[in-house]
Design a protein around this ligand. Structure first.
Ligand SMILES: Nc1ncnc2c1ncn2[C@@H]1O[C@H](COP(=O)(O)OP(=O)(O)OP(=O)(O)O)[C@@H](O)[C@H]1O
Ligand SMILES: [Mg+2]
Length: 407
């Protein structure tokens, strides 16, 4: 072969190889079918991956980077953004079912992928509702569930009439994009209310006005459903929030026997009406002794971390079973009381080994660290303790958490 032709061929090969590497880098396709794909690689994906191991479920994770919580520990990671429709479509095609670590995925992008709704757990229709506080309120109202009074109107007159009816202080919530209280504000008067509405105008999300209810305490309940229609309810739990972040959880909720049946019925009504596959978490307020629905999340939830050690089947295993339409596990608690205390980042360096050793010396505590940078206000881990008496169990979990949180 003449030298020039050989050079040409060599160049052609190089270009072809470069293009192939580029394409693989972009799509990161592993064509072997995974049982479950998880979009997002936060701590929920990390704990789902952990639950998949004993069942031999092959999990694949779509992660933005290798440093994300689940991507640090799972062997089968595809790099790509959950916002990139090409990455999501390619990823989904290599998994039998796809579920989610968080709900910040654009539903339109899922619907554009040429796969049936049953490929997603939950379906895009359920994701649409769990992403939107407006759709949730419309759904709760349609189903006749109790909830705080709200106003969805953007008319100034209707808003003024609503405020006159419920008075200040008033809650204002962003329809979409909020979590850990980041889309929720309390307005003490008209001036504060106007400031919030002005700030929200640039965020392209509908402001929802809601009466501020007198909360006796906050509660949560998980329900799980599989595509064949099997369903199961977890115990009602009490949550303690501050600055919009869940700090502590007590399972079962103390002195709640009169509320358990109603809370379970609310959760099942929602799961059935929305045809949820997988875990559905329902956040509730107890106000003047009565239950009010606050919001839902269609995925494993922070109010269910206690189920890892505290229940016969953890919410993470249950979500995987439901995603694959396998039989559900028992939801009963295996101890009279379980308590979870969240570890919240305070900008200090990551949890070091010495503090971990000291915390592990506290009797019977289960420590979970998520491998996340401890940015202020970020959930970076949790401690669960089991036992017989709420105050004693809570004290133990708090001691371990405070050792881990020490400067
Ligand atoms: N109508 C209300 N009246 C009184 N307090 C409220 C009301 N709505 C919300 N709150 C308080 O604000 C917290 C956060 O509200 P909400 O659950 O709506 O926000 P979020 O940011 O979506 O939360 P999450 O992180 O659970 O998704 C609640 O847990 C509660 O403490
Ligand atoms: Mg909430």
């Amino acid at each position: 072969m003449p030298e020039s032709a050989a050079n040409c061929l060599c160049l052609f090969r190089r270009i072809l190889t470069a293009l192939l590497v580029c394409w693989q880098g972009r799509t990161n396709v592993n064509t072997e079918l995974a049982d479950i794909g998880i979009i997002g690689a936060g701590q929920l994906a990390r704990m789902m991956h952990q639950a998949a191991i004993p069942l031999g479920i092959r999990v694949r994770i779509l992660a933005g980077s290798r440093s994300e919580s689940a991507a640090q520990v799972a062997p089968d990671v595809v790099l790509g953004s959950p916002d990139d429709p090409v990455a999501v479509a390619n990823f989904a095609q290599t998994c039998r079912v796809v579920t989610f670590d968080h709900e910040l995925v654009e539903v339109e992008k899922l619907e554009r992928v040429d796969l049936p709704a049953a490929h997603w757990c939950p379906s895009p229709a359920v994701m649409r509702v769990s992403q939107s506080k407006r759709l949730q309120r419309e759904c709760f109202t349609r189903l006749g569930l109790p909830l705080p009074r709200f106003c969805l109107s953007s008319s100034e007159g209707e808003r003024a009439a609503f405020i006159k009816k419920v008075g200040f202080p008033l809650m204002v919530k962003a329809d979409r994009g909020g979590y850990d209280g980041r889309g929720v504000w309390k307005a003490e008067d008209t001036a504060e209310f106007n400031q919030i509405i002005e700030a929200l105008a640039s965020r392209n999300t509908l402001p929802i006005l809601e009466e501020r209810v007198d909360i006796d305490r906050e509660l949560a309940i998980l329900v799980v459903r599989n595509p064949s229609g099997a369903e199961s309810v977890y115990p009602l739990v009490q949550t303690v929030q501050s600055d919009g972040i869940l700090r502590e959880l007590i399972a079962p909720a103390p002195e709640s026997s009169s509320l358990v049946a109603e809370a379970g019925a609310i959760a099942l009504t929602l799961a059935r009406a929305l045809e949820v596959d997988g875990i559905l978490a329902v956040e509730l307020f107890q106000s003047k002794g009565k239950l009010l629905v606050n919001e839902i999340a269609s995925r494993p939830h922070n109010s269910g971390h206690y189920t890892i050690e505290g229940c016969e089947t953890s919410q993470f295993e249950q979500h995987l079973r439901a995603s694959l339409d396998w039989p559900l596990g028992a939801t009963a608690m295996i101890s009279p009381v379980a308590v979870t205390v969240n570890l919240i980042g305070r900008g200090q360096p990551a949890l070091d080994q010495w503090r971990l050793k000291d915390a592990l010396a506290v009797k019977g505590v289960h420590i979970h660290v998520y491998g996340k940078e401890p940015r202020v206000g970020r959930k970076i881990g949790h401690v669960t303790a089991l036992g017989y008496q709420t105050n004693e169990v809570l004290a133990r979990a708090r001691i371990a958490a405070s050792i881990l949180n020490e400067d």
